[in-house]
Design a protein around this ligand. Structure first.
Ligand SMILES: [Zn+2]
Ligand SMILES: [Zn+2]
Length: 182
């Protein structure tokens, strides 16, 4: 028999919404900045730079496009980081500075390596909780599926606990997964 909670939510749909949410993380100012920077690069390569040699036009087009997309993606990245720091409770000013000052996107790499997990709110008492928490520290609301015996985290699809071998079906899905049922 298949437990009721195994069939909840279509993963494809969840993935699509997650992707949309990540796209919404890019603020409008950084999209505008990206367009302006891209256009600025075309201006530099086609207007400011000497362009009397017509045989170099393909090269100029290519360089303009390459540099344009490079600076534009940099602007989008900065926009993403500026919003991402907020939902992780990290210092926005410090990390924006790191991303701008460290050259060649190294700052962004450092950021993605060191960033804290996303913070969320307890559905019951609105306390700020980290994604790794199994229970709310203030009201004991269950945030993630755990073993009813040893209280370590388990996967939704697990039948037995990987740590103590406890039969997870005995816990009763609604009790373990309060957070998924409502
Ligand atoms: Zn709570
Ligand atoms: Zn266990």
């Amino acid at each position: 028999m298949m437990p009721k909670w195994m069939g909840t939510g279509s993963s494809a749909k969840d993935a699509a919404t997650a992707g949309d949410e990540e796209l919404r993380m890019i603020p409008r100012w950084s999209m505008v900045l990206a367009l302006v920077l891209f256009a600025g690069m075309q201006y530099i390569f086609h207007v400011v730079m000497p362009h009397h040699k017509h045989e170099l036009l393909p090269l100029r087009l290519m360089m303009g496009y390459a540099w344009g997309s490079l600076v534009a993606s940099y602007a989008l990245l900065l926009g993403y980081v500026s919003r991402d720091v907020k939902r992780r409770g990290m210092s926005a000013g410090l990390w924006m500075l790191v991303c701008v000052l460290l050259p060649g996107g190294i700052g962004a790499v450092v950021y993605f390596l060191l960033r804290q997990p996303i913070l969320s709110r307890c559905p019951n008492c609105s306390t700020t909780v980290a994604a790794s928490y199994h229970y709310c520290p203030q009201c004991q609301f269950q945030m993630a599926p755990v073993c009813g015996e040893c209280h370590r985290g388990v996967k939704l699809t697990d039948v037995f606990c990987t740590c103590c071998g406890h039969d997870l079906a005995q816990d009763g899905a609604p009790a373990r997964l309060r957070v998924y049922s409502d």
